[in-house]
Design a binder for this molecule. Structure first.
Ligand code: ADP
Ligand code: MG
Length: 380
C-alpha cells in the first residue's frame, strides 16, 4: 500500500456545512427495484437528525440492507431523492460519489468484511487509503478506542468474532464519517461480545454520531432514539396521528402550497394556525417526511407536495360545488363551508365531484385546482 495517496485532483464540491436544523439524512419517496421485478423499497420517506440513533427493524427481505446501502451511496435508488448532509447524491458523478461515500459513511457489517491477509492495523489503514492519506498513528488511535491497542498486528483469523467486529468499527470511524451505518452489527456475536459492541455504539452515539442500525433484536432496537419498521419495502408507522392532527398537517401544507403558487419563500413566522395547531407541528411534519426546515424557512418534500395537492384539490373543488350548486358567493361562507366539507371527502367522492363539475381548472377565487386522475382520463 503506498504510504500516501492524495486526491487533490478531485474538486471538493461535496462539503456542505451543516445547519443543525437540517436533517443529516433525508430520504424522499425512494423506490428500489431490482432486475425490473423485485421491489426492495417501495416509496420510503425518512428524515434523520444530526446525532440521532435510528434502528431499522423488520422481517428478512423487507429492504433493510437495501435502505442502508442507499444511504451509504453503495447503491442508487430507482427513483426518489436521497439528500445526505445537505448534498443531493444524484448530483454527484462517479468519482465525487466515491469520495463523498468515504467521507460521509462508515460501514459496520454483520460479516465484518475484513481482508484476511492484512493485520488489524492494516485493515483500518486500508479505509484511510480509500479516503485520502494513510496515517498509522491515527489508525492505532482508532484501535485503541475500540480496546484493541495490543492486537494491531494480529490477522483477522487470530481474533475472535467480537474483536473482528471492533476492528471493523475502528475502520468505520477512521475517516470521522458523518454517519455510521451498521447492518446487524451483533448478528454474528455471542452475548458478551454483543454487549461490548453495543456499549461502543452507545458511546459513539453519546459523542454525537448519527447512527443508522439494522437489527432483528428488539432489545437492541430499544437502545436507539427511534425505531422504524420496514415491511415489504415500506415503513410501517408505529406512530399514529389523530384525525385532528392530520387536519392540522393539511392546514400547514395548504399554506405552503399557496406560498409556492405565489413563488414566495415560506417561513415559519408567516404560518397561521387556526385550528389549534402551533409551531410544534413542524418538527413532527419534518420527521414524517412532509416538509424540510432550513432555519425558519420551510419547503414541502415531494411527498408533502403530493399530499398538499390532494388537499388543495379537495378544498377548491368543494368551493366550486358550493358556488355552483347552492350559489354560495361570499368569501367567508365559501371558505368555512368548504373547510368543513373537504375533510369528509374520500378520493372517490372527490373524483365524482370533479367529473360532475366537468373538471374545473379554477376555484371561485380564480386559483388553480390541481388536476386529479379523473382529469387526465377526461383529457385523453
Ligand atoms: P433485508 O436486509 O431486510 O433482509 P434486503 O434489503 O437485503 O432485505 O432485500 C430486500 C429484497 O430485495 C429481497 O427480496 C431481496 O431478495 C431483494 N434483493 C436484495 N438485493 C438484491 C439484488 N442485488 N438483486 C436482486 N434482488 C435483490
Ligand atoms: Mg439485510
Amino acid at each position: 500500500m503506498p504510504a500516501q495517496m492524495q486526491m487533490q485532483d478531485v474538486e471538493d464540491k461535496t462539503f456542505v456545512p451543516m445547519d443543525p436544523e437540517q436533517p443529516m439524512i433525508s430520504i424522499e419517496n425512494v423506490r428500489k427495484q431490482y432486475n425490473g421485478s423485485v421491489v426492495a423499497l417501495d416509496g420510503v420517506n425518512l428524515a434523520v437528525k444530526p446525532g440521532e440513533w435510528v434502528a431499522i427493524m423488520g422481517p428478512s427481505g423487507s429492504g433493510k440492507s437495501t435502505l442502508l446501502n442507499i444511504v451509504g451511496c453503495l447503491d442508487l435508488p430507482t427513483s426518489g431523492r436521497v439528500v445526505i448532509a445537505g448534498t443531493d447524491t444524484s448530483s454527484l458523478t462517479g468519482r465525487e460519489l466515491t469520495r463523498f461515500r468515504a467521507e460521509t459513511a462508515g460501514f459496520i457489517f454483520q460479516q465484518f468484511h475484513l481482508i484476511p491477509y492484512l493485520t488489524a492495523l492494516e485493515n483500518v489503514m486500508m479505509a484511510q487509503y480509500f479516503h485520502s492519506m494513510t496515517d498509522e498513528q491515527e489508525a492505532r488511535k482508532a484501535l485503541d478506542l475500540v480496546g484493541l491497542k495490543d492486537r494491531s498486528h494480529h490477522l483477522p483469523s487470530q481474533l475472535s468474532g467480537g474483536e473482528q467486529q471492533r476492528v471493523s468499527i475502528a475502520r468505520a470511524l477512521i475517516n470521522q464519517p458523518r454517519i455510521l451505518l451498521a447492518d446487524e452489527p451483533t448478528g454474528n456475536l455471542d452475548a458478551e461480545n454483543e454487549r461490548i459492541v453495543m456499549s461502543l455504539l452507545r458511546e459513539l452515539h453519546m459523542q454525537g454520531n448519527t447512527i443508522l442500525m439494522v437489527t432483528h433484536d428488539p432489545i437492541i432496537g430499544e437502545m436507539a432514539d427511534r425505531k422504524i419498521v420496514l415491511e415489504h419495502g415500506r415503513i410501517i408507522h408505529a406512530q399514529h396521528y389523530t384525525f385532528e392532527e392530520e387536519i392540522l398537517f393539511d392546514e400547514v401544507l395548504e399554506q405552503l402550497w399557496v406560498f409556492e403558487e405565489r413563488a414566495e419563500h415560506a417561513t415559519q413566522d408567516q404560518l397561521q394556525f387556526e385550528g389549534g395547531g402551533n409551531l410544534k407541528l413542524l418538527p413532527v411534519m419534518q420527521d414524517i417526511g412532509l416538509l424540510h426546515r432550513n432555519g425558519k424557512q420551510l419547503a414541502m418534500t415531494l411527498v408533502g407536495r403530493e399530499r398538499a395537492a390532494s388537499h388543495v384539490r379537495r378544498h377548491r373543488l368543494a368551493e366550486c360545488l358550493f358556488a355552483e350548486t347552492i350559489h354560495v358567493k361570499n368569501d367567508r361562507g365559501l371558505k368555512s363551508n368548504a373547510c368543513t366539507f373537504d375533510q369528509l371527502l374520500s378520493s372517490e367522492m372527490t373524483e365524482k365531484i370533479c367529473t360532475f363539475l366537468n373538471h374545473p381548472s379554477q376555484c371561485p377565487h380564480g386559483n388553480l385546482i390541481p388536476p386529479g386522475p379523473c382529469c387526465s382520463y377526461a383529457n385523453t
